[in-house]
Design a protein around this ligand. Structure first.
Ligand code: SF4
Length: 377
């Protein structure tokens, strides 16, 4: 099977894809548990991997829906170099079918393929991120699992320049590619969308077990820093009983130090008639998680400083004050509580970054033109 190298695919659109096999004149994709079986000319559920004349191709390598410098808190990652900036980008498509998708214009609309106007090689992305002073590069906005070849090549280029790498994903990936994908990721936020198979099947057109398997594998087999996000949707996945079961599972299988973010849904895509998540649901989910024994639990998509700040799990001193994405008072000494010396899980620099809440779109086309002009002078 063909492998990719960034040099070979500058500005490419369709490139040979990896992780597939032939079965009865069809190509079966082995990248995610959906196992799409494609005859010539077919595209998979994610619509970015296609059978073209008996070869599997990825049609979004080197193409993006946009680049933006975000605060790391937006991913969300609260225990990974707080306050720093992250060069972030995504492509198109998704391997899940969430009815509540909050980014459906890029994940579900195939028209987006004609609007992938921003182009960049892995080297260009790494170079630009360094020039812009970013601490990390994030593969986000749509699930990077479906464009794993591009994400992996970019992650390698970023690490060579001393950047950290971040994957924001639903964790719906098969064991073989999983190893290669997360091997080059320093941190990940895994979207655990609910805690019943019914919810996963009905609302996301996928299955719960592979996601739990990825989370356990990350904990046991990889050195990637993991945080979990669950979007709480009224009357869909917000029952206190399920939230408790989920937290008990996290405690038992992943330990008490995995940060968990409960975030608020707003009406979108096929769920325009479902109301936004009330604040009390987030508050009560957080209380359940703390009661169960998880140490770091946050609420998101609302402003709630007391429930977005980090506290010492031993003496309860506030260590990192946050309001939304903004870092306030920062009391951590390296990675320890200054009062009792308790070690706080995660990756922390001596001082927080100062990126604040800015979200700065980056136009790679005009940056590249400027660079060419400078080179000519
Ligand atoms: S990655 Fe795409 S093509 Fe491959 S199995 Fe998943 S949805 Fe299907």
């Amino acid at each position: 099977m063909a492998t990719l190298s960034a040099e070979n695919h500058v500005m490419a659109q369709s490139v040979p894809a990896r992780w597939w096999h032939v079965q009865e004149e069809r190509l079966v994709c082995d990248l995610c548990p959906r196992s799409c079986s494609l005859k010539d000319g077919d595209a998979g559920f994610c619509f970015v991997r296609e059978n073209k004349g008996g070869q599997m191709v990825l049609n979004t390598y080197g193409r993006s829906t946009g680049f933006c410098i975000d605060p790391v808190e937006k991913k969300p990652l609260f225990h990974f170099y707080p306050g720093t900036s992250v060069f972030s980008f995504g492509t198109a498509g998704c391997n899940l079918g969430c009815k509540f998708c909050q980014a459906w214009e890029i994940t579900k609309s195939r028209e987006v393929l004609s609007r992938l106007s921003q182009q960049a090689t892995p080297e260009m992305i790494a170079e630009t991120a360094v020039q812009m002073g970013c601490r990390s590069v994030a593969f986000t906005y749509n699930d990077p699992v479906i464009w794993a070849e591009y994400a992996i090549d970019t992650a390698v280029a970023c690490r060579q320049r001393g950047l950290k790498t971040i994957a924001v994903t639903a964790g719906y990936i098969c064991p073989d590619p999983r190893h290669e994908f997360f091997e080059v990721m320093d941190a990940t936020n895994v979207d655990l969308k609910g805690f019943t198979e019914d919810f996963y099947q009905h609302y996301t057109l996928s299955h719960l077990a592979p996601v739990l398997d990825t989370l356990m594998w990350l904990k046991q087999e990889s050195s990637t820093w993991v945080e979990i996000t669950t979007l709480l949707i009224p009357d869909a996945n917000d029952s206190p009983c399920n939230i408790r079961r989920m937290c008990q599972w996290i405690l038992r299988e992943l330990g008490d130090e995995v940060p968990v973010h409960f975030t608020a849904f707003h009406p979108d895509y096929w769920m325009m008639h479902t109301p936004a998540t009330p604040r009390r649901t987030l508050v009560s989910a957080r209380e359940i998680a703390l009661e169960v024994g998880l140490k770091y639990v946050y609420v998101g998509n609302v402003l709630d400083s007391p429930r977005q700040s980090t506290y010492c799990p031993n003496c309860n001193q506030r260590l990192i004050e946050r309001t939304g994405y903004e870092i306030g008072e920062y009391a951590l000494l390296d990675h320890r509580c200054p009062s009792c010396g308790c070690d706080i899980a995660g990756s922390f620099a001596q001082k927080p970054g100062h990126w604040g809440t800015r979200q700065l779109p980056i136009d790679m086309k005009s940056l590249q033109s400027q660079q060419e002009l400078q080179n000519q002078v």
